[in-house]
Each structure stands twice: as C-alpha cells, then as structure tokens.
Design a protein. Structure first.
Length: 341
C-alpha cells in the first residue's frame, strides 16, 4: 500500500480537461503541490483565480524526453490524457491512448515516481457482449469490430502492465460515464442534460448508462493512489440511470418540461443502419452504433471492489444533476486553480 502524505509533489497529465479541472481542485484541497501538464496552458476564465499550489507546464505524452523532464521530482503522477473518438479507426487516438500511456509510465519509472494512477475507462471492458453485467473480471475490448477508443483504452492498460513488470508501482481506474460540474469542455452527457434542462429535448431515446459524478471520480483517483493494489483495476461507478429519467430530472430541477417519452430500444436498433449514414452526411456522429451501442446494451456496472478496497463512495444522481444545472445557470461558481507564474 502506498501512503499519501500532506504536501506531496504530484503531477497531472491532461490537467486542462474536464476531469483534470476537477482533480486539480481536489488535490489543492488536500494541500498538495501540483504540476498541471497539458499541451497548452488554458486561459484563466472570468470566474477563475490563480492558485500558488498549481504550476502549469507544457508536455507531450508522445515525447519521452518531454515526459521525463516534467515528471522529474514528483512522487505521484495521475495520467488523464486520452483522445476520445467514435471512429472505428483513428491513428492518432490509438497512439495517444496506447503508446502515450507507455511513454508516461516509462518516464515515471525512469525518474523515480513512487506511484502512477492511470485513468482508463469503462470502455476498456466489452460493454456489448458482457451478459448485462460488468465487474473487473468481465471480458475486455479486444474485438476488431469495436470502436478504436474502446480497443485503445484496453491496449493502453496492457502497455502499462509491461512497465509494471519492470518495477513501476501503478494502479488502474476505470470510470463509467463521467458527468457533472465543473465542466468547461462541453462534454456530450452534460450538454444533453443542459439541453433537457432548458426544455429543448422533447423526446429521448430509451436505454441507460452508469453515470458517475466527475468530482467522485477525482476523489476515487486519489483513493486509488493511497489504497489501490499495484496492477489492479478499479471500476469507479456511479448509478445506473435511464436517459429518460435523468433528462426529465434535469428539466424538473430547472422548472422546464422534459422529454415526453423515450423511443424504444428495438426501434432505434432497427433504424441505425439507415440513420447512421444520414448522420454522417450532416457531419454528426450522435446517431451511430459507436455512440449508442453501450447506451442501448445498458450493462450494470459493479463498483463493489472500489467501495470495499478504496473506501470509494459516489453521490446520488439527484445531487449531481442539481449541481450541474446550477453550474450552467451560473449559480455554482467555484474557482479553478491556476498558477500565478
């Protein structure tokens, strides 16, 4: 077990993203000195203030020398960088999600980082052929027909395990569908809920997904750093949500009328061969097998291992949706940490 102490020097790759923004905030609250690594330093927004405990640096996860330089002197590294795509083939996404993990891991080992926490995804598990339930022993995303993101997230874990065998102390976390505040990235789930909260979603599709608050994922990553067993996977689950229910909840909280009904799964499945090509013509991937496959299969995700071994405790969806609506309405204004340098 690796014990997290106060005032440790930690590094976060992909720090400017949705999860990174929330993890930085949590790490600062714990009193750590944080190096925030991304390709570019984000602009400081109107509601954001500098924070002396966060230093932004640029780094490229595909450049070994760059990673060794930015990780030197740190005790823990949280690897968040990933390229999300719904494409079946995407060479850069494959490299970032596989080779990038290996390069960061090798750099961490080379400079003496004491522990690495790798953020993988539920997509590293085969959600389409899992028998309706997923835990850490479920089948993995190896089939060539799966989207490149799913396959690359699993392969990224395999690349990390090669470095673990060389002596790196690393833990793997697999969040489910991440949503909630604070979000400056316009994530797909959040924007759908915000549209519903404004009464702009008259009809929803059936099906559901396990959704987890981004703040709980950030907390889970820190718990994994402290309590996780080397080389183990931990599913960071939240709560199974039907899309109709959660969009109606967002609308109700905001005083609007939500979706009236949900289109049945069988209807969507039958229509996908026709709707997907039409969507491509208009430059949209929202109605595609890759976008809707996991939603329609709606597997139950067992997060018991993270709860038992890490002490992970996700909050109920009503709290997340309420805070998300408040954030978009400008009522939840938490400053994001930035360097004064």
């Amino acid at each position: 077990m690796f014990y997290i102490l106060d005032h440790m020097k930690v590094a976060v790759t992909g720090a400017a993203g949705f999860l990174g923004t929330n993890l930085l905030r949590r790490l600062v609250e714990h009193g750590h000195e944080v190096t925030a690594i991304d390709r570019v330093r984000p602009a400081i927004g109107a509601q954001e203030v500098p924070h002396s405990n966060v230093t932004w640096v640029t780094g490229d996860v595909l450049d070994p020398e760059s990673m060794r330089t930015v990780l030197a002197g740190h005790e823990v590294v949280y690897h968040l960088v990933a390229m999300i795509t719904l494409a079946h083939k995407h060479d850069l996404a494959w490299r970032v999600n596989t080779e990038g993990v290996r390069i960061v891991a090798e750099a961490a080992l080379a400079v003496g980082v004491r522990r690495m926490v790798h953020t993988s995804s539920i997509h590293a598990f085969n959600q389409y052929d899992c028998g309706g339930r997923i835990d850490e022993s479920a089948s993995r995303s190896t089939h060539p027909d799966l989207p490149v993101y799913d396959r690359s997230k699993f392969q990224g874990e395999q690349e990390l395990r090669k470095v673990i065998e060389q002596g790196l102390d690393a833990v793997i976390c697999n969040p489910t569908g991440v949503y909630g505040p604070i979000d400056h990235s316009d994530s797909r789930i959040n924007t759908t809920l915000w549209d519903a909260a404004r009464g702009r979603v008259p009809v929803m599709i059936a099906g559901g997904f396990d959704l987890v608050d981004v703040r709980d994922v950030a907390a889970g990553l820190i718990l994994a750093a402290e309590h996780g067993r080397t080389g183990e996977n931990y599913l960071l689950a939240g709560e199974m949500c039907s899309m109709l229910e959660v969009t109606q909840l967002a609308a109700t909280i905001n005083g609007k009328r939500g979706p009236r009904f949900a289109i049945p799964v069988k209807v969507i499945t039958a229509a996908l061969p026709v709707l997907e090509p039409i969507g491509k013509l208009f430059g949209s991937d929202r109605v595609s097998k890759a976008a809707m496959g996991a939603l329609l299969s709606a597997p139950i995700v067992d997060g018991g291992k993270a709860r038992t071994e890490l002490g992970y405790q996700p909050r109920p969806k009503a709290d997340t949706v309420r805070d998300l609506v408040a954030f978009y309405n400008g009522e939840l204004l938490e400053p994001a940490p930035h360097s004064v340098a």
